[in-house]
Design a protein around this ligand. Sequence first.
Ligand code: NAD
Length: 478
Amino acid sequence: MHDYDGAYISGKWRSGTGERIAVCSPADGSILGHVTAATTGDVDAAVDAARQAGTSGPWASTTAAERAAAIGRLADEVQARSGVLADLVSAEVGSPRKWASFGQIGVTTGVLRTYQKITEDFVFEDTRPSATGGQVLVQRLPVGVVGAILPWNAPLFTAALKLAPALAAGCTVVLKPSPEAPLAVSMFTEAVEAAGLPDGVINIVSGDVATGEALVSHPGVDKISFTGSTAAGKKIGAACAADVRRCVLELGGKSAAIVLDDVVLDEETVGGLVTGVMANNGQICVAQTRILVPGSRYGEVVGALEAAVGRMKIGDPADRGTQIGPVINRAARDRIEAVVARAQSGGARIVTGGVRPDGLDSGWFIAPTIVADVDNGAEIARTELFGPVAVVIAYRDDDDAVAQANDSDYGLAAAVWSADRARAARIAARLRVGSVSINSPGPIDFGSPFGGFKQSGIGREGGPEGIDGFVESRSIIF
Ligand code: NAD
């Protein structure tokens, strides 16, 4: 049992009076541990601790090189705990354990190590000629106290994408994990302490929407960095705008995988298309859940997906052979099943899946599902399902593929699959999305900007551009 009582403030767990939240396994409903919902008093104390650490503690006078080294030590300490952290994320999120080693923890240390180097190289001040003949010193200063609000699907990875650039800039942070998956983020405090980060640089308040709202509207918070649904992001953006509080929003997606007509449908390509949808049980923001296929090769691609998805091993996420675990909770399962059922009654064809797998009644399991004969305007092609479901949509020619890929309220990511990389790159350049991978299902690179066009978000994480979001520029004109 993993119990964390209270809020983590200034290097200590402080007992709280808020409601005790049970964290349950999505695979079998068993209780994995508890956290305490932070009260507004806890949020005040966490923000105060972050403010103090950022203005008067040892962190306030660190050099960029010292902060880079601290981020590197944090990477080392996460790495040293990678086994237990992967076990815990797998248990609370339902991520297949084998995948969690890389897809949850490996990417977390990857982000931290990438930012160690980016921080060493980042230009925190420069001098330039002024437009009127003198000199200007341009300084990039920490924005201040950051409220970082996390989703449940990748709790440590999304935390690292906020923490690393915020720490690089010299900010301090109050993290709010999701009530669905707060345990690994709570355990992460052991790495923070072992890395020797000064007290108050990273604080944690658990809880649901009310805790998030208290953080978003707190006058002591200078910047909100939010990752989660577009619906919540709209509310958070509006609340921040009311106080001119800075915010970055990393939101949902309905990304496309465009299969060009010259594609070689070998094991690697089909496996990549399947991974692009089904990784983390389909609960990944960049999941390429709209597979766009030329009419001339439609039957062949649908057949290959049917065979590959039909072979996937569904079951206990802790089992190293499992490829598909449960979705996060009953509400998610019911919502996904309802959309699939409406698609079917509207004429779409369930190629494989679409049912609850046999013998897994104690968790929130959905068999990995491929739905064919879907129009890009249908509900199932426009709504982010966040589960193991892909639709296959036919297109006429390259222009039609680009038009359909871009015909979405979202614009987070895409993948293009082709025997001709140059041709795939030309298609990629026409997509209104934040990142595109070519012949790979992973459109995220930690050293480069990542984020959404349209309703997939505002701002960027990753790369030096990620640090830009946590600095304020000041020009001193001589
Ligand atoms: P969610 O929006 O329900 O919740 C995210 C977090 O925000 C939680 O901690 C929640 O408690 C908090 N929250 C919700 N409403 C709030 C409000 N009004 N004020 C303050 N805090 C609030 O999302 P979720 O279900 O946890 O995560 C899944 C979503 O996250 C999907 O839409 C997915 O695409 C998205 N996501 C996006 C990225 C990205 O980088 N773009 C990465 C991972 C997940």
